[in-house]
Design a protein around this ligand. Structure first.
Ligand SMILES: Nc1ncnc2c1ncn2[C@@H]1O[C@H](COP(=O)(O)OP(=O)(O)OP(=O)(O)O)[C@@H](O)[C@H]1O
Ligand SMILES: [Mg+2]
Length: 159
């Protein structure tokens, strides 16, 4: 799912914890950054994206996953936020019609189902792998990233 080094492993006991992790990550990002949200159906990707987007727009945005349009762009002070949900992406190259290059060059991107993009995923992305332990309600987020993210994640205001 990710080949980047593990930077943090965070327990997410409640939905609010997932929202709060998104908001904490929102404080660390700038133009050109890509947040890739991994995890199976219902893992909490959209919930985390909602905290992230709300943190950047400073507004109580109604964030729902762009299941059919595959992308939704939000205005924010730092940069436009591009929220991709690639579950229904049939061919990798279709992502270019959604504005992928524009998102990478000046926007802040948050991507659900990032594995759909294969090698198009940038190396300097931050991977968040959401998981739950079968038979329990325990959910976790494993945060993986390269040197570009290491210090920023170490400084993240999150408990
Ligand atoms: N930490 C948590 N603890 C308990 N429930 C949670 C947690 N995080 C998310 N949820 C709940 O899990 C459900 C699914 O969440 P969400 O829609 O964010 O998942 P998703 O990964 O985006 O799913 P999909 O693959 O369909 O896009 C929602 O009802 C949400 O409220
Ligand atoms: Mg979703």
């Amino acid at each position: 799912m990710t080949d980047l080094p593990l930077l943090a492993d965070i327990a997410l006991s409640t939905e609010q914890d997932t929202v709060a992790l998104g908001a904490a990550l929102a404080e660390l990002v700038g133009p050109g950054d890509v947040l890739a949200l991994h995890g199976p159906l219902g893992a909490g990707k959209t919930t985390l994206a909602r905290g992230f987007i709300t943190g950047l727009t400073q507004a109580d945005e109604d964030v729902v996953s762009p299941t059919f349009t595959l992308v939704q762009v939000y205005d924010a002070q730092a940069a436009p936020i591009w929220h991709f949900d690639l579950y229904r992406l049939t061919q990798i190259q279709d992502v270019f019609e959604l504005g992928w290059e524009e998102a990478l060059s000046g926007g802040i991107s948050v991507v659900e189902w990032p594995e759909r993009l294969g090698a198009l995923l940038p190396r300097n992305r931050l991977d968040v792998v959401l998981s739950s332990t079968p038979g329990t309600n325990e959910r976790r987020a494993a945060v993986h990233g390269g040197a570009y993210w290491k210090d920023r994640i170490a400084d993240m205001k999150h408990d």
